[in-house]
Design a protein around this ligand. Sequence first.
Ligand SMILES: Nc1ncnc2c1ncn2[C@@H]1O[C@H](COP(=O)(O)OP(=O)(O)O)[C@@H](O)[C@H]1O
Ligand SMILES: [Mg+2]
Length: 410
Amino acid sequence: MANVSLQHVYKVYQNADGKISPNAKPAVSDFCMEIEDKEFIVFVGPSGCGKSTTLRMIAGLEEITDGEIYIDGKLINDVEPKDRDIAMVFQNYALYPHMTVYDNMAFSLRLRKVDDIKRAKDGTPILDEAGNTIPIKRKYTKAEIDEKVQEAARILAIEEYLGRKPKALSGGQRQRVALGRTIVRQPKVFLLDEPLSNLDAKLRAAMRSEIIKLHDKLGATFIYVTHDQVEAMTMGTRIVVMKDGFVQQIGAPQHLYDSPANVFVAGFIGTPQMNFFDGHITPDGVITFANNQRVVLPKHVLQSFDLDKIGSGLDIVMGIRPGDLKLVNEPVADGGVSARVSVIEALGNETIIYADMDKDSDFSLDRTPTTITASVKVRNNPARKDEIYLAFDLECIHLFDKATELTLKK
Ligand SMILES: Nc1ncnc2c1ncn2[C@@H]1O[C@H](COP(=O)(O)OP(=O)(O)O)[C@@H](O)[C@H]1O
Ligand SMILES: [Mg+2]
């Protein structure tokens, strides 16, 4: 069992003189989350948004400025890192180059003490005068260490490399050894900070599925940090999207994709990125956007939005994913737009069309208020400068309050 609870956690870094400036911006603000046992949680967000800081506070490598962190219901704010039953893997895992793979994995176990009771040579417990066992701390035996290293090597399929030095391994094998060093300790919580970002794209994809399998095998709680939304979407049971030290949204990958809470999450999750248009909506669902383009929401779609907030009309940001646009032969009144193609990317299984609703555009790739991206599956692709008609899947339109950038979904 290992659930992790973060309650109103803040981090403000100190200056070099050890003081906190009165106007210092927190690196992490009011982080609240209940992580259940055996979850695979991914912290995702742009560089500098506070992912590593949060992870390091859980690990005990960074002091918590305010708030509480509990592991298994136990307040750990002031517990030493080594006593937290966690293990951490970093992007820059440093293996000891002069040691074999076996010794790299055995190393931390040789330093560790385990709880045991005082025993005679034959293993029978020695009792005190009151007849109780006597608790002691002792080192792991050679046999115990060997069992743990062999077990980790088996799980990671690196048994045949145990005698090699790190320099005789590929990048992926080295990364597996780095994971092995944490597995041998059998921690309740694994913390991984961008462990794959030094690997090439192909290896990264392979290691991604290995880590997912590892999580299944170990039955431990994983917290994984990445700036890569694809990694987040494919690995997490739940994802935490962060920006500027603030949690933006927590949810299952599909939930974040379907129901982003704000413009930032909508734009961060999903490739190609969601199209956004500044616009205005009336209470009867007429949306004008991007130089007098217009779509009208069917009643049942309109009712899925907060009509109180729309009131007598509201300035909005409208979002539509490229995959929710369809290439059609005729203009669609109140449900689509016409545009001129700027660039075509034919990927084989799909085609990404970059187009401009302003017919007099200069066909550059720059995003303007009238550019629109569609991802379509067609065999006869349009050509550059063709006029095309795009139909909106009106059920998939996202609306955000322009002032707050928060979703208008009920
Ligand atoms: N040791 C530190 N001292 C001062 N500021 C730091 C320190 N570490 C990180 N920061 C700042 O805290 C913010 C969050 O950093 P970090 O948690 O490393 O972000 P991420 O891992 O999401 O890229 C950034 O603005 C960063 O510059
Ligand atoms: Mg980081």
